[in-house]
Design a binder for this molecule. Structure first.
Ligand code: AMP
Length: 289
């Protein structure tokens, strides 16, 4: 027997159409979740959708490769875009609506506003990608105000980004609950990322060491090794494993993201490193033993 054809979710491309769909749901008393993405969807994104579905009646996924979070030398043009494949994946997990605006719809002419979050945006990715969090904070603020969901879901893979979003939602009194989903990993531990597809087979083998080394340094710090020496050895190990450059390997307070010199509060080890032209990030919680 042939299986029924997959029912694809509706795609809206304008804020007007998005708001119409959302207001119909609101009238029906539905709870609504938003999962913002840049497309090239993988298991990590889909896990956020599944989390959203456990908490809400209707799930919207936005797909928008946001130009303002890329610097001119970064991979905006090369960023993978496979809308049809994404739509089918979202249909399979039961998404109700896809919001896929173009840059003109999001920014139009004379767009002049930016959301800047100080403190948690500083250092880490904010240092090596100075344009990045301003672009993310602005687009996420817009997406939240465009869709006004009850819940928005973000991945812990982008741990600093999650802090930036929680901060702006609190500071700007945006009435939304922010939920986070755990990092989904490949079998060898590599955090799944849309950018992993840039890696050659050799680079892919090297990439698996990021998780391995982050885990090892977490364990050493948890056992009481001096943080500065563990971090220095971690950087060394990444370069020896074949990474070309380490942007950062740092221990930060899990709640405030403040740098830590001793393990006196819940902490996360955060890393960003380059293999060839690909920049990978990862993080792990450090559990004192
Ligand atoms: P992106 O499309 O890369 O902007 O990511 C969209 C959302 O998916 C962000 O909230 C990311 O943190 C999240 N995400 C990306 N990769 C993963 C992963 N491997 N596991 C869990 N969440 C992820």
């Amino acid at each position: 027997m042939r299986s029924a054809p997959l029912k694809l979710p509706a795609i809206v491309r304008t804020v007007h159409d998005l708001r119409e769909a959302v207001s119909d749901w609101r009238r029906e008393g539905k709870r609504i979740a938003l999962v913002p993405t840049m497309g090239a969807l993988h298991e990590g994104h889909l896990s956020l959708v599944e989390l959203a579905l456990t908490r809400c009646d209707k799930v919207i996924v936005s797909i928008f490769v946001n130009p303002t979070q890329f610097a001119p030398h970064e991979d905006f043009d090369a960023y993978p875009r496979h809308e049809q494949v994404d739509v089918e994946k979202l249909a399979k997990v039961g998404v109700h609506l896809i919001f896929a605006p173009d840059a003109e719809e999001m920014y139009g002419q004379d767009f002049s506003t930016a959301v800047e979050v100080s403190g948690v945006s500083d250092g880490l990715c904010g240092e090596t990608r100075p344009h990045f969090f301003r672009g993310v904070a602005t687009v996420v603020t817009k997406l939240l105000l465009q869709s006004l969901p009850n819940i928005a879901v973000f991945g812990e893979k982008d741990f600093q980004q999650l802090h930036v979003i929680r901060r702006l939602v609190s500071d700007l009194n945006i009435p939304v609950e922010i939920l986070s989903g755990a990092i989904v990993r490949e079998k060898d531990g590599l955090a799944i990322s849309s950018r992993n597809q840039y890696l050659s087979p050799i680079e892919r083998t090297i990439a698996a060491n990021l998780n391995r080394i982050v885990l090892d340094i977490c364990e050493r710090i948890a056992k009481g090794e001096t943080i500065s020496s563990a971090l220095a050895q971690g950087c060394q190990a990444l370069l020896q494993a074949g990474f070309d450059r380490v942007d950062y390997l740092e221990l930060r307070n899990s709640e405030t993201l403040a740098p830590m010199t001793s393990l006196n509060a819940p902490a996360h080890l955060l890393a960003a490193a380059w293999i060839g032209k690909t920049r990978l990030i990862d993080n792990r919680q450090v559990c004192p033993q």
